[in-house]
Design a protein around this ligand. Structure first.
Ligand code: ADP
Length: 310
C-alpha cells in the first residue's frame, strides 16, 4: 500500500453571510461537520482511486476520533497505524466561509502535533510494506524528518506536500529526504521567494528546490495548471514539463491539492512515467473542484479515466 503519514482532523465548516465582529453573535447560514486534515484527505482520495492505502498518525480518544475512524474505514483507508493518544484531543479545524468565498480558519492540531521525533518507532511499522510515503506538514517536523530517514533507508520514495509551510520554513534535512515535493503557488513563494506565475518562474523555483536536494519538484498553479521538473528523468522522458489545467466548472477548490497529490501518487505507484502521473493528478485535482467539500469531493477511478480520455 501507499503509506500516508499525516493529520486526521474533524472540520467544523460554517457558512456565514459575513464574518462576525469581536463580541458579536451571528446566526450562520449552514454548518457541517466532516473528516479533514491533509493526511486523512489524501488517504481518502487515494482509496477512492482504488489504491490500497494506510494512514499513520494519531487521533485523541473522544467522539471526534470515533467519527473520523468510521469515515476512514468506510472510505477503505487502513487505520492499523492510526494510533490513539489518550492525552490529547482529536485535531480540529474551525472554518468560516463568507458569501464572497473567503475563509477564516483556526486549527487545533491536538493529537496530530503532540508527538516529536521520539515517536518515530510508533509509526515506522507502517513502512514495512509501503510502496511509497506521502507526508504533509501537519505533524511535528522533527518527526517527519525521522520517518523520512527511515523511508530512505528502505528505499521507499517520499512525496512531501509542504503544506502548510511552518513559520520557520522546512527543516533543511527534509528537502534531501523528499524524492518529490509538491508546493502550490503560495507555498512555492514561502519556500523559495519566487511566486510562480508561469512556466519560467515555476522552473526557476524548481531549480532552487533541486539545489536543496529534492530531485523532483511539482509546482501546482491552481487553475493555471502544473509545472514539473526532475533531475532524474527515466527512460527517455522529458526532465521538465507543463500540464495545463483541465477545463472544468470549478465551484469549490478546497482539497484540489490533496486530490492532485493522491492522483499523482497513485499513478506513480502503478509505475506510470512522471509526465503521465502529473496529468493523472491534474485530472483528479480538476474533478475535486467540481464538488463541495474536502475528502468527499475526491473522484473515483472511472471519473478520472473519463476526463483523461476527453
Ligand atoms: P492547492 O489546493 O494545494 O492550493 P492547487 O489549487 O494548485 O493546489 O490545485 C492543485 C491542482 O488541481 C492544480 O495544479 C490543477 O491541476 C488542479 N486544479 C486546481 N484548481 C483548478 C481549476 N479551477 N480548474 C482545473 N483544475 C484545477
Amino acid at each position: 500500500p501507499i503509506a500516508v503519514i499525516g493529520s486526521t482532523n474533524i472540520d467544523f465548516v460554517v457558512h456565514v453571510s459575513r464574518f462576525p465582529h469581536p463580541g458579536e453573535t451571528l446566526h450562520v447560514r449552514t454548518s457541517a461537520t466532516g473528516l479533514g486534515g491533509k493526511g486523512a484527505n489524501q488517504a481518502v482520495a487515494v482509496a477512492k482511486l482504488g489504491q490500497a492505502v494506510e494512514l499513520a498518525g494519531w487521533t485523541g480518544q473522544d467522539m471526534l476520533a470515533d467519527m473520523a475512524r468510521t469515515t476512514l474505514c468506510k472510505a477503505g483507508v487502513g487505520t492499523r497505524w492510526l494510533l490513539t493518544d489518550a492525552q490529547s484531543g482529536t485535531g480540529r479545524a474551525f472554518i468560516t466561509i463568507n458569501e464572497a468565498g473567503q475563509n477564516q480558519i483556526l486549527v487545533d492540531g491536538g493529537a496530530n502535533m503532540a508527538h516529536g521525533a521520539e515517536a518515530c518507532p510508533q509509526l515506522s511499522p507502517v513502512l514495512a510494506d509501503a510502496s511509497m510515503v506521502m507526508m504533509q506538514m501537519e505533524m511535528d517536523p522533527a518527526l517527519l524528518v525521522a520517518l523520512a530517514r527511515q523511508a530512505r533507508e528502505r528505499n521507499i520514495p517520499v512525496m512531501l506536500d509542504p503544506a502548510p509551510v511552518p513559520a520557520s520554513g522546512l527543516p533543511d534535512a527534509l528537502y534531501a529526504l523528499a524524492d518529490i515535493i509538491t508546493p502550490n503557488e503560495n507555498e512555492t513563494r514561502d519556500l523559495t521567494g519566487i511566486l510562480p506565475t508561469d512556466r519560467a518562474s515555476a522552473l526557476r523555483a524548481a531549480e532552487i528546490l533541486h539545489a536543496r536536494g529534492t530531485g523532483t519538484a511539482i509546482i501546482k498553479l491552481g487553475a493555471r495548471g502544473v509545472v514539473y521538473s526532475t533531475i532524474r528523468p527515466t527512460g527517455g522522458e522529458d526532465a521538465q514539463g507543463f500540464i495545463p489545467a483541465f477545463p472544468v466548472r470549478a465551484i469549490d477548490t478546497v482539497a484540489a491539492g490533496d486530490c492532485f497529490n493522491a492522483g499523482l501518487a497513485t499513478a506513480l505507484a502503478q509505475g506510470q512515467p512522471l509526465g503521465m502521473a502529473v496529468r493523472h493528478g491534474a485530472a483528479c485535482g480538476a474533478l475535486a473542484t467540481t464538488r463541495a467539500g474536502a475528502a468527499q469531493a475526491a473522484p473515483d477511478a472511472a471519473e478520472v479515466a473519463a476526463l483523461l480520455a476527453g
